[in-house]
Each structure stands twice: as structure tokens, then as C-alpha cells.
Ligand binder design. Structure first.
Ligand code: PMP
Length: 399
């Protein structure tokens, strides 16, 4: 008898399938706008200068000992300043339980495990649609998943009244996952005014907001501005959870560096919660990796490197915003009678184009353009060299 004969191949991840098909295509025109990783205007992966300089400073000077179970204290301190604000009273009062995480995914998963262990009867409410991995993360943590209204397909914007209704109709004291900025996959964020209303309703309903912040700085170009939703909730006196990732905003994708934080009642509670987060991490991976933590803490704790980072993250955001405008203008120039306002109204890495799965198939088959069938275009892969080709192809399949 075979030990593993009963193991069937796992369902393919939709994004990885897109990449495989792209790699197999031999057309010189081929474009991959599926995967969410930043590219420069030549279509090449980018390592930020601030990261290269930090690496030079680190090289040869550090030992390779284990980090503490909760990760790099310096990295955590700097991350919290980014999310909660430089002068945050919560940092000063030591009310935040925080650990270094395996990027944003690891932060979400650790929180989900924490939720299961200490609030075993709770559920998580996640938006429709959301980053597909949110479903996997809370499923594998055995936390029941409920969805709430978010996107409005007709307007290609926010379904604010549907969202507010679902917040009101959820049982008091529910856990909600909110994208802090640059919602993936839709690129649709609430306005500041809408965030204030959401925060108010969360207070009324005593809900717990868990912010997944995978794109701080990447949306507007300014990390402070992209933290606005979190700051509004903090002002309103919520306790929050927060998953931070340095994958996108520092281009540290493969380093797996991030931070999970939970704002507690007081320092005593924060110490207890942190110790439990470490307890959850211990049997999974014992302690987090060193190199990415050193890069992040070196950059954020040095005024010169930090201002270089701020400049570079703004450069990435601005290039994407520029490509949104270019794509929209190209479509209009081609005489497309459809409205493409949503391309520039949406923000962050993705454009939720509104194309149907059939139109996406046609883009792939006739124009060698690869993306997920939900019509999500990674704007980070659009360049001055290929935007006209993309616009023409979109026009052809939508006219
Ligand atoms: N949350 C959201 C909404 C994301 O889009 C991503 C990246 N695709 C992540 C979390 C996590 O990414 P990482 O684990 O690479 O930080």
C-alpha cells in the first residue's frame, strides 16, 4: 500500500496559473498583468536604493544569531510608528502588543490563530471581493467566515449603503477585516468621510476592526495619508488589530517581513497578548527571519535612508498613477464609448477593470495579455512601452 496514494493535486492558485500560461507563450507582444509585484517602466523588478544602501551598511557587521521569539524589537518599534503615528500615545503607553511576522500573510494568519484560540466562537467578516488568500487563512485557522458587501459592480466603486447595512446587521461585537488602503483586488477605498461613518458604526456595534495594511505608501505615495483610516479608528477610541507588510512599499517581497500588532486596554494586557502571540509562533516557525528585519529597521531608524525611502515609495506610486491616466487617455483616444473613469478613481496596485471572464479570455487568446478572469489588471506591470497596446486590446474586446 502506498502512503500517499490518496493525495490528490491541490487546486491551482489562479495567479500562479496565469504566470505559467504567460511563460509558455512565445509571442513577443505578451504581457503579464496578473501578478501583483511592482515593475519599473522597463518592466523590470525593482530593488530600492534605500534597500541597497541598508544592505551595504548591514553587510559584514551583523552576527547571525536568532532573533527573539517576537522578532526584532527595533523593527517592531519603527513599524508601529508608521502605522500608529510617530507620536502615538498608544506607543508611549506601551498599549500595543506587536510581533514581527512573516510579511502580511503571516500577520493575518497569526491573528487568525490568536482569534481562534482566545475567541473560539467568533467569526471573521471579510469583504466581497477580497484578496483570495484571506479565505484560505481564516479557513485554515478554523475561524468561520462571513462576507460583507463592499464593491458595487455597476459603478465600479464602493457599495457604501450595502457596506453600512452589513455592518449594522452583523451581530454586535463581530470581527471585521478591513483593507487599510488600496483594497485588493478592486482598488476601491472609502473616502475619509465614509471611513468616519464606518468607524462610528463600528463603535455603535462594538465591532473589532482588523486592518490588513499591505500597501501603506503605495496607494497615495504618502505612508501617513495611507494610514488615515487607521488613525480615524484610533481617534474614535477603537481597539484595533493591524497586519503590516513591507513586501510592496519597500519591495521586500521575498524577505517575508511584516508586523502584527494588537492595541490593548493597557500595558499589562499588551504584555499578556504579546506573550500569547509568541506562544502561537513558537511551534510554527520558532522565531522570524533576520535579514528583512535588519533592512527595515536600518532604513526607518536613519533619517537619511528614511527620506530616501519616502521619495522612492512616492516614485512607485506616482508611476502607477501615471499609468492609470495613460491607460484611460488611450482608451478615450481610441474612441471607446464606455466610461473608464474608474481606472483613475481606483487606487493602489490594481485596476478592477469590469471586464467579463469572456473578455479576459479574448485578451489572452488574441492579444497574449494575461490576467485573472475577474478582470483585475496589475497596473504595476503597465509601462509607457506597453500601455497603448493594452488600451487597444481592451478597446477591441469591449467594443
Ligand atoms: N493582504 C493583501 C490585501 C494583499 O494584497 C497582500 C499581497 N498580495 C497581502 C496581504 C500579503 O502579502 P505579503 O504576505 O507578501 O506581505
Amino acid at each position: 500500500a502506498s502512503w500517499f496514494g490518496h493525495v490528490e493535486p491541490a487546486a491551482k492558485d489562479p495567479i500562479l496559473g496565469v504566470t505559467e500560461a504567460f511563460l509558455a507563450d512565445t509571442s513577443p507582444d505578451k504581457m503579464n498583468v496578473g501578478v501583483g509585484a511592482y515593475r519599473d517602466d522597463g518592466g523590470k523588478p525593482v530593488v530600492l536604493d534605500c534597500v541597497r544602501q541598508a544592505e551595504q551598511r548591514i553587510a559584514g557587521s551583523m552576527n547571525m544569531e536568532y532573533l527573539p521569539m517576537g522578532g526584532s524589537v527595533k523593527m517592531i518599534d519603527e513599524s508601529l510608528k508608521l502605522a500608529y503615528g510617530e507620536g502615538s500615545e498608544f506607543i508611549k503607553d506601551k498599549r500595543i502588543a506587536a510581533v514581527q511576522s512573516l510579511s502580511g500573510t503571516g500577520a493575518c494568519r497569526l491573528f487568525a490563530d490568536f482569534q481562534k484560540r482566545f475567541m473560539p466562537d467568533s467569526q471573521i467578516h471579510i469583504p466581497t471581493p477580497t484578496w483570495a488568500n484571506h479565505h484560505n487563512i481564516w479557513r485554515d485557522a478554523h475561524v468561520p467566515i462571513k462576507t460583507f458587501t463592499y464593491y458595487h459592480p455597476e459603478s465600479r466603486g464602493l457599495d457604501f449603503s450595502g457596506l453600512m447595512d452589513d455592518i449594522k446587521n452583523a451581530p454586535d461585537g463581530s470581527f471585521f477585516l478591513l483593507h487599510a488602503c488600496a483594497h485588493n483586488p478592486t482598488g476601491v477605498d472609502p473616502s475619509e468621510e465614509q471611513w468616519r461613518e464606518i468607524s462610528h458604526q463600528f463603535k455603535v456595534k462594538k465591532h473589532f476592526p482588523f486592518f490588513d495594511m499591505a500597501y501603506q505608501g503605495f496607494a497615495s505615495g504618502d505612508p501617513e495619508r495611507d494610514a488615515k483610516a487607521i488613525r480615524i479608528f484610533l481617534e474614535d477610541g477603537h481597539q484595533i488589530g493591524c497586519a503590516q507588510s513591507f513586501a510592496k512599499n519597500m519591495g521586500l517581497y521575498g524577505q517575508r517581513i511584516g508586523c502584527l500588532s494588537i492595541l490593548c486596554d493597557d500595558e499589562t494586557q499588551a504584555i499578556a497578548v504579546k506573550s500569547q502571540l509568541q506562544q502561537l509562533a513558537r511551534p510554527m516557525y520558532s522565531n522570524p527571519p533576520l535579514h528583512g528585519a535588519l533592512i527595515v529597521s536600518t532604513i526607518l531608524s536613519d533619517p537619511e535612508l528614511k527620506s530616501l525611502w519616502l521619495k522612492e515609495v512616492k516614485g512607485m506610486a506616482d508611476r502607477i498613477i501615471g499609468m492609470r491616466t495613460a491607460l484611460k487617455e488611450n482608451l478615450e483616444r481610441l474612441g471607446s464609448p464606455l466610461s473608464w473613469e474608474h481606472i483613475t478613481n481606483q487606487i493602489g496596485m490594481f485596476c478592477y477593470s469590469g471586464m467579463t471572464p469572456e473578455q479576459v479570455d479574448q485578451l489572452t487568446n488574441e492579444f497574449h495579455i494575461y490576467m485573472t478572469r475577474n478582470g483585475r489588471i496589475s497596473m504595476a506591470s503597465v509601462t509607457t512601452g506597453n500601455v497603448a497596446y493594452l488600451a487597444n486590446a481592451i478597446h477591441e474586446v469591449t467594443k
